[in-house]
Design a protein around this ligand. Structure first.
Ligand code: AMP
Ligand code: ZN
Length: 438
């Protein structure tokens, strides 16, 4: 049986993955804050952890894997977006969650087994905060509840950076009510006209970090097998999750393996991020006519821990690779998984190696079976090529209409003749031009 090895951020090395219970393998990845459209960098963790979940389901059986990806549906950025639009935060959150689902669906990301929502888990957060207060790990100040970092001697184990550097690097908010500058918010007050819930500390809303700790406890248990997210979540988010959960669970660790994906950047190497303004959304890429599967393959073309530079040529190469794979896969039934592809994925999810091994498979069924583990080649041969042909025909018809408007009838006739050569017949009517294959 192929052994999975994963790079564990906490151990700083690759470790053989042994689940606590092979009958119930648990994984949690931090999901989107739903206040805008996901950019292609945000899609990287969704695709990476989707591949890991597929691998785990293959290895341990689909019924043995519980993968949870949360939805942060209460957050100051959502509240601000809602205020700017003059609508409820719920409206903003529901809209962008629907966009997220359809964007990730287009990228072939399977729905995780669980998608817990912050707003559906408030009592669990309140209960966890109350336990932290009772045990001296948290305190109330100025309507807020804060985690008291000096109460946790192990604080900082994930990043292993010195405390002051961490605080300076992450621009931790300085507030007069904090006992220690590293303390972070578990609960904050909401004025009457803002979204909020009753709590022992008054009406308010949760901080971001407590959300994941409480949802993991409720849905997966005190200690999970794998916790994932992007590199930027190591500090402060995951460091704070670890501290809260460990202190609320008498020292039990939050996760046994920590897996973090590297950044996707734009040309020049700068991380794609909304605050830098260098983003391209999944929606924009799809509107440009790129297929979701092409974008997925582009995201998997680099090892997940390495940086990935996004570019037009990466997209073009990925499309050409899929053209070749669809030609080779034909419409064969899904066969066995190739041991070479499985072995590449088992080695810390080495997707570039898996893709090169995929290209060398000559049995069409094995190719499709192996590609499925990467979430590729799941459509039919016909639909892969037809969609693209149709788009080209539509583009030529538009060019012909444009030529006619310019009274360039020679060009219009040339386009009609070019399509006729391919067996495509145009019929003009008052409503426009329709086409069919002769
Ligand atoms: P956010 O909505 O900013 O919380 O991000 C959602 C997820 O996307 C987190 O796991 C981030 O670490 C990840 N992420 C954000 N930007 C990038 C990027 N440029 N490359 C890779 N992952 C990213
Ligand atoms: Zn989280």
């Amino acid at each position: 049986m192929t052994e999975l090895r994963l790079h564990d951020t906490l151990a700083r090395e690759k470790r053989v993955f042994v689940p606590a219970d092979p009958g119930r393998v648990t994984m949690y990845a931090c999901g989107p804050t739903v206040y805008n459209r996901a950019h292609i960098g945000n899609a990287r963790p969704a695709v990476v952890f989707d591949v890991l979940a597929r691998f785990l389901r293959h290895r341990y059986g689909a019924e043995a894997v519980v993968y949870a990806r949360n939805v942060t549906d209460v957050d100051d950025k959502i509240i601000e977006a809602a205020r700017n639009e003059g609508v409820d935060p719920e409206t903003v959150a529901a809209r962008y969650e629907a966009f997220y689902d359809s964007d990730m669906g287009a990228l072939g990301v399977e729905k995780p087994e669980l998608t817990p929502h912050a707003t559906h888990n408030i009592p669990e957060m309140v209960a966890m905060i109350a336990r932290l207060v009772a045990s001296g790990h948290a305190y109330e100040a100025d309507g807020h509840v804060l985690f008291y970092v000096p109460s946790d001697p192990d604080y900082g184990i994930l990043g292993k950076r010195d405390r002051d550097a961490m605080i300076a690097g992450a621009r931790v908010e300085v507030a007069s009510y904090k006992k220690d500058p590293a303390d972070f918010v578990l609960w904050k007050p909401s004025p009457p006209d803002m979204i909020g819930w009753e709590s022992p500390w008054g009406r308010g809303r949760p901080g971001w970090h407590i959300e994941c700790s409480a949802m993991i406890e409720r849905h997966l248990g005190e200690t999970i097998d794998i916790h994932g997210g992007g590199l930027d979540l190591i500090f402060p988010h995951h460091e704070n999750e670890i501290a809260q959960s460990r202190c609320a669970h008498r020292g039990a660790p939050l996760a046994r393996y920590w897996v973090h994906n590297g950044f996707l950047s734009m040309a020049g190497g700068e991380k794609m991020s909304k605050s830098l303004g260098n983003v391209i959304t999944v929606g924009e890429l799809l509107e440009q006519g790129h297929k979701g599967e092409t974008l997925r393959l582009a995201l998997l073309s680099a090892h997940y821990r390495q940086p990935l530079e996004w570019s037009g040529s990466l997209i073009a190469q990925s499309k050409a690779t899929l053209d070749r794979l669809y030609r080779a896969g034909g419409d064969s039934a899904v066969g066995e998984v190739d041991p070479g592809v499985l072995g590449a994925l088992a080695d810390d999810l080495n997707t570039p190696l898996a893709l090169s091994r995929l290209a060398a498979i000559d049995d069409a069924g094995v190719l499709r079976g192996s590609a499925a583990l990467l979430g590729l080649l799941e459509g039919s041969h016909e639909s892969w090529f037809r969609g693209e042909g149709d788009a080209r025909v539509d583009a030529l018809i538009a060019a012909r209409a444009d030529a006619k408007n310019r009274r360039d009838f020679a060009e219009a006739d040339r386009i009609r003749a070019e399509l006729a050569e391919e067996g495509i017949v145009l019929e003009d009517s008052a409503q426009g031009t329709i086409w069919r294959r002769a």
